[in-house]
Write a protein that binds this ligand. Structure first.
Ligand SMILES: CC(C)(COP(=O)(O)OP(=O)(O)OC[C@H]1O[C@@H](n2cnc3c(N)ncnc32)[C@H](O)[C@@H]1OP(=O)(O)O)[C@@H](O)C(=O)NCCC(=O)NCCS
Length: 177
């Protein structure tokens, strides 16, 4: 359940800190992420890691690694709503050399399997900046559909960004599985 064709996902370990620090301040990666607007210190990341290593009812963070065990980045399922059975996913492949090679698609397909089959969710959604065409294409490949756009919703690196909302229902996903 946790492995795909190219990657597997696993829980965070304290030893992941060095790998995280390799990309967490790379603006070519983080400019696409919702939560990163200013540089992050090692101490801040360490604190985040210590908290995020432990899953909660609403938030689960994972590491993405190749099937050979090389660290690639992180992903997670957040805002899990047990009543309405929906949640949001997030993802970042931190190794630039590995972008655009199908690792994201493979990771998200694992997250969808986890979300629908392990967590019994009914809907999984995400938010993405409108200019992040690589991510949008990746999400479409995984079955996500755009359901709306919020104009000038984020201010990123000196520019307003529209935010695209995308989602996939379990019934739609099951048609292909
Ligand atoms: C978003 C992300 C997870 C996608 O993973 P990935 O492994 O790079 O994506 P994939 O290779 O699975 O798919 C990318 C698709 O976009 C296409 N693509 C790449 N650049 C593109 C562009 N500028 N415009 C349109 N499509 C593009 C690729 O050709 C591929 O489509 P294809 O398989 O039909 O050829 C990854 O790029 C990433 O982590 N980026 C940095 C952080 C980020 O953007 N996170 C998401 C925030 S919402």
């Amino acid at each position: 359940m946790f492995s795909g064709q190219l990657v597997r996902i696993r829980g965070l370990e304290k030893s992941d800190l060095d790998n995280i620090m390799q990309w967490i301040n790379n603006p070519d990666i983080t400019r696409f992420l919702l939560a990163f607007t200013v540089p992050m210190s090692r101490a801040m990341e360490e604190k985040w890691l210590e908290k995020s290593m432990y899953h909660t009812a609403s938030d689960k963070f994972f590491v993405i690694e190749t099937l050979e065990g090389d660290y690639l980045g992180g992903c997670g399922i957040h805002g899990i709503d047990a009543t309405h059975r929906h949640a949001e996913i997030g993802i970042a492949i931190g190794k630039e050399s590995h972008l655009g090679k199908g690792y994201g698609e493979d990771s998200i397909k694992i997250l969808l399997r986890l979300g629908f089959h392990a967590l019994n969710l009914n809907k999984i959604y995400l938010r993405v900046f409108a200019d992040n065409l690589r991510a949008i294409r990746c999400y479409e490949k995984c079955g996500f559909k755009e359901v709306g756009r919020q104009k000038q919703h984020r201010y990123v690196a000196g520019e307003w960004q529209d935010e695209v909302m995308m989602e996939v229902l379990r019934s739609e996903w099951e048609k292909n599985h």
